[in-house]
Design a binder for this molecule. Structure first.
Ligand SMILES: [Zn+2]
Length: 400
C-alpha cells in the first residue's frame, strides 16, 4: 500500500531541515506540474485516427477549458500516461490527476453538453486510475484537484457550489489520493468554500488562486486572500496560472507579508504560466488578455534558464511547492529540479541522467560555434530574441 507521504510532510513541518533524508527533502521542495493543461498535444498511439476523431468531437473544449484532458483518457489513456511520465522523469514529485474543470455544472454548460454522455465522477475516476497506474509503488504523490464552478459564477450559493465540489471529492477519497488541491479559483469566497469541504476529508489541503497583484476577482487584496485561505485551514496556499513567474512571485510576496503580519505560516505554492506576459500584470484575466493567447504564445515561452531564475527566486522567497501551469514543459520542470538539486541533497529526476545543465554537453560538440557556448556564463547572460523583424516586445494596449 502506498504511504501517504504528504501527511508525513505536514506532521514534520515544524522541524524543517533541508537535505537530511527523503521526507525532509520533500518538505524542502515539492516540484509539481499540472502537466500541461493547456498544452497542445498529438495523439501518438496506434489508434491515432480514432483518437483524432475524439479530439475533434470535443475540440471546443481544447480551446475553451482544457476538458480534452479529461475526455481523452476515457478513450485512449496512452498520451495522458506518457505526459505524466515525462514530468516524473523530469523531476516532478507530484502527479496531478487530469481533473481540471471537471464539474457536472461545467460539463452541462450551454454549448458544451458533454454532460449528456459523461459525468464528473466518471472523468475523475478515469483520471485517478491513470495517475495510479503511472505512479505505481513509487513515492510520487497523487493530487486530486478541484476547479472553480459555474454555479459560483451564476450566484447559486454555497450549498450548490459545495454540492458540485462534493461529487469530485468523493472520487478522490475513494481513490485515496495523497492530497487535495483547489486551484485556479478566482474569488476568495469560493476558495474558502472549497477549503472547508476539502478539509472535511481529513486529507492535506492546498489552495491556489488565479490572482495577481491586483487582487482576486471580487477586489479582495492578495494578502487578505492569503490570510483568509490560511484561516480557512489550507495547509498550502498560493497562486497558479494567468501570470508569469515574475508577477506570480510578486503576488506571493504580498501574500507572505500579510501572512507574516498575522503570524500564519502555511506552505507557500507557486505555479505560473510558462510565458512572459508582464503587460497583463494588473489584468484579472492575466495572459488570457493577450492577442496571442492561446495559439500563438510560443515566442513568449520561458527558456529553461528563465526557469532556473524563477526556481531560485521562489525558493529564496520561502516557497516550497514550486511548479508550473499552462505552458510548462517537462524540460522546465527539469530546470527547477536541477536548480534546487543541492537543496534536496543532490536529488534529481531520471531525465537529468543524460542532461548536463547550463549547456555543459556542448563541450563535446563537433561545432565550434556550439563549443563556445558550453558555459553557464553564456546561458545566464544570453538575451533571447524573437527572430521576428519589427516584433513588439510587449502588447502596448495592455500597458495602459
Ligand atoms: Zn494554467
Amino acid at each position: 500500500m502506498r504511504v501517504c507521504r504528504m501527511k508525513m510532510i505536514f506532521a514534520e513541518k515544524l522541524s524543517l531541515v533541508f537535505g537530511c533524508n527523503q521526507h525532509v527533502i520533500t518538505q524542502a521542495v515539492i516540484f509539481f506540474s499540472t502537466a500541461g493543461g493547456h498544452r497542445s498535444r498529438k495523439c501518438r498511439s496506434k489508434r491515432d485516427s480514432a483518437c483524432k476523431k475524439w479530439e475533434e468531437k470535443f475540440s471546443i473544449f481544447a480551446c475553451k477549458n482544457m476538458l480534452s484532458d479529461q475526455l481523452l483518457p476515457l478513450y485512449d489513456a496512452f498520451p495522458v500516461k506518457q505526459l505524466h511520465k515525462e514530468y516524473i522523469r523530469a523531476g516532478a514529485d507530484v502527479v496531478q490527476a487530469f481533473t481540471f474543470y471537471s464539474t457536472d455544472d461545467k460539463l452541462n454548460l450551454p454549448g458544451h453538453e458533454a454532460g449528456g454522455t459523461i459525468t464528473c465522477k466518471e472523468l475523475n475516476r478515469q483520471a485517478c486510475t491513470i495517475a495510479e497506474k503511472v505512479v505505481g509503488e513509487s513515492d510520487v504523490l497523487i493530487c486530486g484537484a478541484l476547479s472553480p464552478t459555474p454555479s459560483y459564477t451564476e450566484g447559486k450559493g454555497k450549498e450548490a457550489v459545495q454540492r458540485e465540489f462534493s461529487k469530485q471529492v468523493e472520487v478522490f477519497v475513494e481513490h485515496d489520493v495523497d492530497f487535495l488541491l483547489a486551484e485556479f479559483i478566482g474569488c476568495i469566497e469560493e476558495a474558502e468554500w472549497a477549503i472547508e469541504l476539502l478539509k472535511s476529508t481529513g486529507k492535506p489541503v492546498a489552495c491556489t488562486l488565479r490572482t495577481g497583484p491586483v487582487g482576486d476577482n471580487s477586489g479582495v487584496p492578495a494578502g487578505e486572500c492569503a490570510v483568509r485561505m490560511a484561516k480557512a485551514g489550507a495547509d498550502v496556499i498560493g497562486v497558479n496560472c494567468k501570470f508569469d513567474p515574475t508577477t506570480c512571485l510578486k503576488t506571493v510576496r504580498m501574500m507572505r507579508e500579510a501572512l507574516d503580519r498575522e503570524g500564519l505560516s502555511p506552505f507557500l505554492m507557486v505555479q505560473p504560466v510558462g510565458f512572459h506576459c508582464p503587460e497583463v500584470e494588473m489584468q484579472h484575466e492575466g495572459y488570457g488578455m493577450l492577442p496571442e493567447n492561446p495559439f500563438a504564445l510560443e515566442p513568449r515561452q520561458l527558456t529553461r534558464f528563465d526557469v532556473h531564475k524563477f526556481a531560485r527566486a521562489a525558493y529564496e522567497l520561502g516557497v516550497r511547492y514550486i511548479g508550473g501551469c499552462c505552458g510548462f514543459e517537462p524540460h522546465h520542470i527539469r530546470a527547477i529540479a536541477e536548480e534546487l538539486s543541492a537543496e534536496r541533497g543532490g536529488r534529481l529526476g531520471e531525465g537529468s541522467k543524460k542532461h548536463v545543465p547550463w549547456g555543459g554537453a556542448l563541450t563535446s560538440s563537433v561545432l565550434g560555434t556550439n563549443r563556445a557556448k558550453a558555459s553557464r556564463e553564456h546561458w545566464e547572460g544570453m538575451q533571447p530574441a524573437s527572430g521576428r523583424p519589427g516584433h513588439p516586445n510587449l502588447q502596448p494596449k495592455l500597458m495602459d
